[in-house]
Design a protein around this ligand. Structure first.
Ligand SMILES: [Zn+2]
Length: 292
């Protein structure tokens, strides 16, 4: 037995451990299946260095690439009742929520609200986090969006939303559906104050979020090849009993059909947003630069 426990087992462990290490260094692109070196991929804002496929990036990884010198202030989400319906499916909702929070590096729900300078102008960004329970919209996300709109109005700043969601948070039932109207009213406050409201649609933007604030932008940008729609293609196909066209519900298809204003590469988002906000807020400055 000694020989087995003292010699064979450590050898086997070493073999297994060695196999685990490269997995943390490399990842496979789901589109082109190339192996990507993790560090290159992160430096490339989680866009495949081989085929340009845009993978789902979490807000805290995205924000530094948007604000001037990567500096911004985070606004914690307002506190809400954690589990208003005491909901339980295979697991208790409050337990599920705690697990997601533990993995979310400080954020408490599926929305991150930040403010800072973009092109030297105060800008508020609210970014949904698909990594947090599928970016689903419950009370906390709704409250967070209302807060983002209020900050934008108070600071006379434009509001930019990055959408990424599977829809409403079913564990919160009707309270989750109520956020559709609440967020719509929040967005209207920004518009009534004469401030730009821009939406960047990212993969995937579906369900309740696409039925409310994500489709109400003054301008809609989209990341390449993102799924954008209300119901999934299979549900639609089964309902209308017709074959769906190629590229259905993808950014480029929506651009062709006038639902999206531009499809923008992740690397170009910052400069595009700055240019559009300047066009909307200081048209004279843009004109004089063009004339001069
Ligand atoms: Zn790829």
């Amino acid at each position: 037995m000694n020989w087995l426990t003292n010699f064979v087992r450590p050898k086997l462990r070493a073999l297994v451990a060695r196999k685990e290490a490269p997995e943390n260094l490399w990842l496979k692109c789901p589109k082109c299946e190339q192996m990507l070196f993790m560090r290159d991929w992160e430096a490339n804002q989680e866009v495949c260095t081989h085929c340009g496929h845009h993978m789902r990036i979490r807000p805290l990884k995205r924000l530094p690439h948007l604000f001037d010198e990567g500096k911004y202030e985070l606004h914690p989400l307002p506190k809400v009742a954690a589990d208003p319906l005491k909901f339980r499916d295979t697991e208790r909702y409050d337990a599920r929520l705690k697990k997601a929070q533990a993995k979310a590096e400080g954020s408490t729900d599926a929305l991150v609200v930040a403010s800072g300078l973009m092109g030297s102008r105060m800008t508020v960004i609210a970014a949904l986090d698909f990594g947090f329970m599928g970016g689903s919209m419950g009370t906390a996300v709704g409250e967070g969006l209302v807060m983002a709109a209020e900050i934008a109005v108070a600071r006379k700043a434009p509001l930019v939303v990055f959408s990424a969601s599977g829809g409403a948070r079913m564990q919160e039932g009707i309270l989750s559906l109520m956020q559709l109207t609440r967020t719509t009213i929040a967005v209207r406050k920004v518009k009534q104050a004469g401030l730009p409201y821009i939406v960047v649609l990212t993969d995937p933007t579906t369900g309740g979020v696409s039925a409310s604030f994500a489709m109400l932008g003054d301008i809609h940008l989209a990341e390449p090849d993102a799924i954008i729609g209300f119901a999934g293609p299979r549900v639609i196909q089964d309902t209308i009993r017709q074959e769906l066209p190629e590229g259905f519900q993808r950014s480029e298809y929506l651009l062709e059909h006038g639902m999206v204003d531009a499809v923008v590469h992740r690397h170009k988002l910052r400069e595009t947003l700055i240019r559009m906000i300047t066009l909307l807020m200081d048209p004279l400055v843009v004109e004089s630069v063009a004339a001069g």
